[in-house]
Design a protein around this ligand. Structure first.
Ligand code: MTE
Length: 313
C-alpha cells in the first residue's frame, strides 16, 4: 500500500494559490532564460533596499510543519542538463532512464569500487527533513530519503592524502538535452572538503516523500548538503573521487566572483547582483530571514573556525 504523508495533502485553496505563484515565477524565469543568462537566475522578487517588506522570523524548530508539497518539490527544479526553465525540467526529464546506473568511487582510496544502483540501495536509509536554500534566494523544506555520504566513503577507505571529494553528474547529451547547449562546462562537477563530506548532515539521497527520486530531482542518487546553497547538491551522480586538491567546480569556474567553492548559506555575504539576507519560501507570499548556514550553524560552524567566510564564500 502506498503511504501518503499527511503533508502531501494540501487544502485546495492553498494548492491553487501556490500554483498561481509557480506559474507566475515560471513565466518570469523563462524570460530571463531567453535573455541568455547561464547563471543561476536572479531572484523573482527582491524588496528594494531600504523598504521594509515583511520578513518572517525563522522558526527553526518544527520543520515537519513547513514541508513543501510533493508537487512543489517535483515541479519547480534547477537541473540545467534538461532545461533552464524550472517549470519545464520535470516534463523534459520524464522518461530519463536511471536503472541500470553505476556510481564509480575512486581516486585516493584503498579500495576503489563501482556501486550499482542495487548496491547503493543496500545502505540503510532514513528520512531527513532539511531546508534547501537556492543561491537564487528561494527555499523549500524537503523530506529526503537517503544515507550519510560518510558511509559510502568509509566503504572505499580514503587514504591519508585525500583532502577533498569531487563529484560528477552523468554526461550524456542524448539523454540530457540541455548538455547540447554550452551554457555550462559539462559534466556538472561539485566538490566538498573531506571533513564536510564526512559530516553526518551530508546525505546521499535516493528518494523523497518515501518514493524513489524522480529524474527532475536528481535520480537515482544525488548529494544533499543542507547548510550550503543548493547548487552544491549535485544531481544524478556517476563518479566520486577522493582528491588531494580543491576541485574546480562548475559554478565556481563559470563565475568565480559570484559562486565560491564553499557556498555556505550566509545572509551577510551578498551575491554581487542581489542580497542574500532574505528568501522566499516556495508556496509562501512573504519573505523569510535567511539563516547563517541555513540554520544548521550548531552542527557545522565548527568546520569553519578561523576561516574568513567573506573571502571563502
Ligand atoms: N545538479 C546538476 N547536475 N545540475 C544542475 O543544474 N542545479 C543545482 C542543484 N544540483 C543542478 C544540480 C541547483 S542550482 C539547485 S537549487 C538544486 O540542484 C535544486 O534541486 P531540486 O530541483 O531537487 O530542488
Amino acid at each position: 500500500m502506498v503511504k501518503i504523508h499527511p503533508s502531501e495533502i494540501t487544502p485546495e485553496h492553498v494548492y491553487l494559490n501556490r500554483r498561481q505563484f509557480l506559474l507566475g515565477a515560471g513565466a518570469a524565469l523563462a524570460s530571463w532564460a531567453l535573455g541568455g543568462c547561464a547563471c543561476p537566475q536572479e531572484p523573482e522578487q527582491q524588496p528594494p533596499s531600504g523598504t521594509s517588506a515583511p520578513i518572517e522570523s525563522p522558526q527553526a524548530g518544527d520543520l515537519e510543519a513547513e514541508l513543501n508539497t510533493f508537487e512543489e518539490i517535483t515541479g519547480f527544479n534547477n537541473f540545467y542538463e534538461f532545461s533552464l526553465s524550472k517549470t519545464e525540467v520535470a516534463r523534459l526529464a520524464e522518461g530519463f532512464v536511471t536503472s541500470p546506473w553505476d556510481l564509480e568511487v575512486g581516486g585516493l582510496v584503498s579500495t576503489p569500487r563501482t556501486f550499482g544502483l542495487e548496491d547503493i540501495l543496500k545502505f540503510e536509509r532514513e528520512e531527513r527533513i532539511y531546508r534547501m536554500r537556492c543561491v537564487e534566494a528561494w527555499s523549500m523544506v524537503i523530506p529526503w530519503d537517503g544515507f550519510p555520504l560518510r558511509k559510502l566513503l568509509e566503504a572505499v577507505e580514503p587514504t591519508s592524502d585525500a583532502k577533498y571529494v569531487r563529484f560528477e553528474t552523468l554526461y550524456d547529451p542524448e539523454r540530457m538535452p540541455g548538455q547540447n547547449a554550452s551554457v555550462l562546462d559539462w559534466p556538472y562537477v561539485e566538490g566538498l572538503r573531506l571533513d564536510e563530506a564526512m559530516h553526518d548532515l551530508t546525505l546521499l539521497a535516493t528518494g523523497l516523500y518515501g518514493k524513489d527520486l524522480l529524474p527532475q530531482n536528481g535520480a537515482p542518487v544525488r548529494l544533499v548538503v543542507p547548510w550550503k546553497y543548493g547548487f552544491k547538491s549535485i544531481k544524478s551522480i556517476v563518479k566520486i573521487d577522493l582528491v588531494a586538491k580543491e576541485p574546480v567546480t562548475t559554478w565556481a569556474a563559470a563565475s568565480p566572483t559570484e559562486y565560491g567553492f564553499y557556498a555556505n548559506v550566509n545572509p551577510d555575504v551578498s551575491h554581487p547582483r542581489w542580497s542574500q539576507a532574505s528568501e522566499r519560501r516556495i508556496g509562501e507570499s512573504g519573505r523569510r530571514e535567511t539563516l547563517l548556514f541555513n540554520g544548521y550553524g550548531e552542527e557545522v560552524a565548527a568546520l569553519y573556525e578561523g576561516l574568513d567566510l567573506t573571502k571563502n564564500f
